[in-house]
Design a protein around this ligand. Structure first.
Ligand code: FO1
Length: 317
């Protein structure tokens, strides 16, 4: 069984690749919910939405988030009424948020609602939130403290970042499926998807006990670098790294995850970094990590799975 940690579009793409390589019982995708927020009275879980839509094959490929063949009548009507239009909710996507909100209000957990939505979208592989407890990512910037979506979407990641806080993370418990996978002897590998290490993966690691349990896991832990040739494939990871005083490189990603990961998959464009990363005690696999097509997703997933298996055999040998 492979436990994948994901958030954002890069995470969803690799999760989709893993789902094409593995049987449903052999994959659990655990998703960041630090980006969740209440908007227009609706509970929005953007990273869960993105992973679900990719696994269901219903994602909008160009945007990365949201549904394909979307229409925007609701947003146009909202604008006419003078409502807030900085966060875009497509007409079809809206149904997900309404149904999720209704079920949460009726007392279901986020895990149960996610299972239900995945079922309805005919997703066979398991997807779970990192926690059923509320955790919120707050971005400390030169414009003050911003809730995540206000930083990311409303302010287009423009403010300069000083640090991130993950409200309530240390008091939150891993979701039941995540907890079981961390405890299970059947977890053969943990894959950290090429998601933003600071915004998408850190909130998951901050949940009570999670970082320690992953670091102590007997399963090999493999990360895929979201930084290629000094830049992020998508999103603000490189900008944030520079603002935090770090260089934007796959080497720095390996330094960031040092002590947690056994190996890292880096892009062929960064092959020259391999010796420096290995000097940190982190094994390196080099391949194409830019996922432009389904076959790129499958190949990267296969590389990550095979790399983890090789690391596991090396430990046993
Ligand atoms: N991202 C945007 O850049 N602009 C949007 O208006 C936007 C709306 C949105 C609605 C539902 C949803 O599930 C995701 C949405 N996203 C939007 C994506 C989301 O903000 C980010 O991809 C993640 O939070 C970062 O991982």
């Amino acid at each position: 069984m492979i436990l994948a940690l994901a958030g954002g579009v890069g995470g969803a793409k690799l999760a989709h690749g893993l789902s094409m390589q593995l049987k449903p019982r052999d994959l659990l995708v655990v998703v960041n919910t630090g980006d969740d927020f209440t908007h227009l009275g609706l509970h929005i879980s953007p990273d869960l939405d993105t992973v679900m839509y990719w696994l269901a094959g219903q994602n909008d490929a160009a945007r990365g988030w949201g549904l394909a063949d979307e229409t925007w009548n609701f947003m146009a009507a909202l604008e006419r009424l003078g409502g807030p239009t900085w966060f875009n909710l497509g007409d079809r996507d809206l149904a997900t948020h309404v149904e999720r909100t209704q079920r949460l209000c009726a007392g279901d957990t986020l895990s149960a609602v996610t299972r239900y939505l995945c079922d309805r979208l005919r997703i066979e592989h398991a997807v779970a939130p990192m926690s059923d407890d509320k955790v919120r990512t707050i971005v400390h910037t030169d414009e003050g403290e911003l809730e995540f979506q206000h930083y990311f979407v409303r302010r287009h990641c423009e403010p300069r970042v000083f640090r991130f806080a993950f409200e309530n993370a240390e008091a939150a418990s891993p979701s039941p499926a995540f907890d079981a996978a961390l405890a299970s002897a059947s977890t053969d590998a943990i894959v950290i998807c090429p998601s933003n290490p600071f915004l998408s993966i850190e909130p998951i690691l901050k949940i009570a006990g999670v970082r320690e349990r992953i670091a102590q896991s007997r399963a090999p832990v493999v990360a895929v670098s979201p930084i290629v040739a000094g830049d992020a494939i998508k999103g603000p990871a490189a900008k944030i790294m520079r603002e935090l005083g770090r260089e934007a490189s796959a080497l720095e990603v390996a330094r960031h995850y040092r002590g947690l990961i056994d190996g890292i998959v880096i892009d062929a464009l960064d092959a020259a970094l391999k010796p420096q990363i290995e000097a940190l005690g982190v094994k390196v696999a080099v391949t194409n990590t830019i996922m432009k097509s389904r076959s790129d997703q499958t190949l990267l997933a296969r590389t990550a799975i095979e790399f983890a298996a090789a690391l596991s055999n090396a430990v046993r040998a």
